[in-house]
Ligand binder design. Structure first.
Ligand SMILES: *[C@@H]1O[C@H](CO)[C@@H](O)[C@H](O)[C@H]1NC(C)=O
Ligand SMILES: *[C@@H]1O[C@H](CO)[C@@H](O)[C@H](O)[C@H]1NC(C)=O
Ligand SMILES: *[C@@H]1O[C@H](CO)[C@@H](O)[C@H](O)[C@H]1NC(C)=O
Ligand SMILES: *[C@@H]1O[C@H](CO)[C@@H](O)[C@H](O)[C@H]1NC(C)=O
Ligand SMILES: *[C@@H]1O[C@H](CO)[C@@H](O)[C@H](O)[C@H]1NC(C)=O
Ligand SMILES: *[C@@H]1O[C@H](CO)[C@@H](O)[C@H](O)[C@H]1NC(C)=O
Ligand SMILES: *[C@@H]1O[C@H](CO)[C@@H](O)[C@H](O)[C@H]1NC(C)=O
Length: 450
């Protein structure tokens, strides 16, 4: 037969030991939690206790800085360190429920550290700890191309960030690049900036990448450039691709915004670009029309989501195609068009006369005047064609010949000929501009990477 009394005693003893161990544990180690607080926002430091009367709460930043005190039913801030002045809040309405959590507002870097939450009631005392970490994540990277240098920077970051340059695909030879971190004395946040020397020119088909990262956050900008020569009044220029894009902006010569599209908004085309923009494709390509030499320049597509930005510089120039004789070619085309229009008009007139349907030339009077309508359409098409030819011709005549792009600068043929201006290395690269496979080309020039 079992002894219920003895069982009871054993149970009680086990429970007592458990409670003792728990109490000791609490006294020695307490509850420890980690919290990641975002710089310049509010952050909750959790604290809880067993309900009891006459509550005393002390929040302390270890070793011994008074953060917030509460007793006799009210905040007692006479001893509060001035760093925390006006930034702390206890939820009075929740104290009766055993909640001693502290809200810390406008978090600064100096708030990092270990905090103790001491609570005393008539029932006993308890302590818990919170390890506070501050983070100012890498948000935006500022990027621009300055001559032959790519410049990349980001600011207000914590903890200390890193900046790295790379290319895709990787080049067989490293490019000179820099990275500099600076800490602001007041906020203790970090700024970072870096540059990559293109050593002459960007290689076609290569993407240049700037990565800025800090403990748990990071952002990336990639840049590539393309040179496009056209002799057309219409063209489509390619953007890049980024998943979950949040914004797309096309600019001309860096400051003139052509079109922009932000998440949740519809496409916005600048009024003065409407006559040149036919549309924007799903992938972000810009469809241009009615181009003249005045639209020669740099078209920059900047496409971003929260963590990636891709910049594509397209150097568009309207150039001569037919053996450098644009004017003659243009005039010849116009003359041919005029001749064709003339011939068609004569043919139509003869046809109409033959059918003794002269009066039907007026479209409003004759509903069966299909031929007249056709002829009308034909001549308006020809007029449109003629217009386009004229636009091309003007463009070609006014386009400054022999310009090329180095890095993100336009350089005329004149200065290119001035060999003093460029190192042999740069001239080599210029020669390579039309090479179809840049990476293999460089591998040949430089040999295998060391
Ligand atoms: C800090 O946050 C406030 C709003 O809560 C904002 O007005 C202020 O610009 C922020 N400061 C910095 C430096 O970001
Ligand atoms: C304490 O109260 C605050 C504010 O209402 C709440 O956000 C927090 O979750 C509470 N903590 C606990 C442990 O209940
Ligand atoms: C930048 O410089 C480092 C060494 O300083 C090098 O390892 C790296 O490849 C360079 N980046 C590029 C894109 O060349
Ligand atoms: C860091 O960047 C901010 C914003 O661009 C600027 O105001 C500040 O002067 C910079 N600080 C340092 C130390 O470079
Ligand atoms: C941004 O785009 C990149 C590349 O397309 C993708 O890997 C990443 O997950 C995207 N990030 C967000 C936050 O959407
Ligand atoms: C755009 O930039 C190019 C190259 O610098 C220049 O030749 C052209 O005149 C500029 N176009 C306009 C309209 O400013
Ligand atoms: C563009 O045209 C210029 C001048 O006509 C020429 O030097 C250059 O090689 C061309 N570039 C491309 C990519 O076709």
């Amino acid at each position: 037969m079992s002894n219920p009394k003895r069982m009871m005693t054993m149970k009680t003893r086990t429970a007592a030991v458990t409670v003792m161990v728990a109490l000791l544990w609490d006294l020695v180690i307490g509850d420890v939690s980690d919290v990641l607080c975002r710089w310049n926002t509010s952050c909750l430091l959790e604290g809880k206790f067993s309900i009891g009367d006459d509550v005393v709460i002390h929040w302390i930043q270890l070793p011994q800085i008074s953060v917030h005190s509460f007793y006799h039913e009210a905040d007692r801030l006479q001893t509060q360190d001035k760093r925390f002045k006006g930034r702390t809040l206890l939820f009075k309405e929740n104290i009766g429920k055993g909640n001693a959590s502290l809200l810390l507002k406008d978090v600064v870097v100096g708030d990092e550290g270990r905090y103790k939450c001491y609570v005393g009631t008539l029932m006993g005392t308890s302590e818990s700890f919170v390890n506070l970490h501050v983070e100012a994540p890498v948000t935006r990277i500022h990027f621009h191309c300055d001559g032959r240098q790519l410049i990349c920077s980001s600011d207000r970051i914590f903890p200390a960030p890193e900046l790295r340059w790379s290319t895709e695909p990787a080049l067989p030879h490293a490019l000179i690049n820099t990275s500099e971190v600076r800490q602001e004395t007041q906020t203790e946040l970090y700024n970072i900036s870096g540059s990559l020397d293109l050593a002459g020119d960007a290689l076609p088909g290569v993407e240049y990448v700037c990565d800025v990262s800090s403990s748990s956050s990071g952002n990336r900008v990639t840049w590539k450039k393309t040179i496009v020569n056209i002799s057309n009044v219409e063209t489509s220029i390619e953007c890049a691709s980024v998943s979950d894009q949040t914004s797309l902006v096309w600019t001309f010569n860096s400051t003139d915004i052509i079109a922009s599209k932000r998440a949740g908004h519809k496409l916005d085309i600048a009024e003065h670009w409407k006559k040149h923009v036919k549309g924007l494709s799903e992938a972000g390509s810009l469809d241009l029309r009615a181009l003249t030499d005045r639209q020669s320049g740099t078209y920059t597509c900047t496409l971003s989501n929260a963590t990636r930005t891709r910049v594509h510089d397209v150097f568009l120039s309207l150039t001569a195609t037919e053996h450098g004789k644009p004017k003659v070619a243009g005039v010849v085309i116009v003359v041919i068009v005029l001749l064709v229009v003339g011939a068609v008009a004569v043919a139509v007139a003869i046809y109409l006369l033959k059918n003794k349907n002269f009066a039907s030339l007026s479209l409003s009077e004759n509903k069966e005047g299909n031929e007249a309508e056709a002829s009308n359409q034909l001549s308006s098409l020809s007029a449109q064609k003629r217009n386009e030819e004229r636009v091309i011709e003007q463009g070609l005549l006014q386009t400054p010949a022999g310009e090329t792009w180095i890095g993100c600068q336009s350089v005329s043929a004149m200065s290119l000929k001035n060999k003093q201006a460029f190192t042999p290395d740069v001239r080599l690269r210029l020669d390579a501009e039309l090479e179809s496979n840049p990476v293999d080309f460089w591998r040949e020039k430089w040999g295998p990477s060391s």
